[in-house]
Design a binder for this molecule. Sequence first.
Ligand SMILES: C[S@@+](CC[C@H](N)C(=O)[O-])C[C@H]1O[C@@H](n2cnc3c(N)ncnc32)[C@H](O)[C@@H]1O
Length: 274
Amino acid sequence: MDGAKDRLARGYTRTSALYDDLVGPGYLAAIRRLLPFVRVGPLPAILDVGCGTGINLFEAARWFAPAGLLVGIDISPGMVAVATAKARQLGIPARILLGDAERLPFPDDTFDLVICNSVFHWFQDRPGAMREMARVLKPGGCLALIAATAPGFREWFLLMDAVVRATLGPDRAAPIPELPTPEELAALMQGAGLTIAGMQNLIQRHLVTNPLTFVQLMSVMAPTWSGDLSDREVAALQAAAARLMAAGWPGGFPVTWSALEAIAVKAPRSHPGA
Ligand SMILES: C[S@@+](CC[C@H](N)C(=O)[O-])C[C@H]1O[C@@H](n2cnc3c(N)ncnc32)[C@H](O)[C@@H]1O
């Protein structure tokens, strides 16, 4: 695994135990908005790409029960461990695999539904990752994509970048993820041979009035910068970021939240003579 992916995997492993409590409800709400628009037949085979703690996979398992096949894949060992333990606890017969979603270890035409919630911006080869998800869909299968979009969290990324550089030196700063635009995502889906059945981009602007809570939340949602750091360094950076937010924006730190929610369908197999 290359350095950036390794750091990302370690960052999410660090926060995997806190993930559901701190950020789970937001991700669950998003997949619950999309699932009613998904059309699949009985006993669907379902893949959750970048499954994290399994929130989407387990919700889909309930929604489409009984499912024919339930698979999650994630690059972070900590996330895989949490999702595996939850599947066992919930009695859901899901296979949770450790692996890179940019090279999916499945044959073509395997799944009726592929879910990808809040993972896409981490991919290095975005057209390739979209082609991989389309490749493993069966003809007529459905992609449920939820993806952070520009200019989401830009204020936070810039603040954190400044804090990391000031505290640890310029070489230690994590790269700021370049979030795709909704138009770019739509073009990628179409370029991978998918037809968009519906999509909406939701934008909200918040004023953060409790900086420390927000800093902890963001450290769980986007912990890439923390992958190489000790717990003590992470705590020091979180405290520094919260202090800067409180001092620089006494009326509340403005944050933009922006995400695309889309359903796209792979063309059904054409029948000879049809
Ligand atoms: C913000 S979390 C979202 C988790 C889950 N989809 C959800 O909705 O709760 C991003 C997840 O993507 C995973 N991830 C990032 N890049 C990945 C890749 N190339 N392959 C597999 N998983 C990846 C991370 O390990 C992390 O679990």
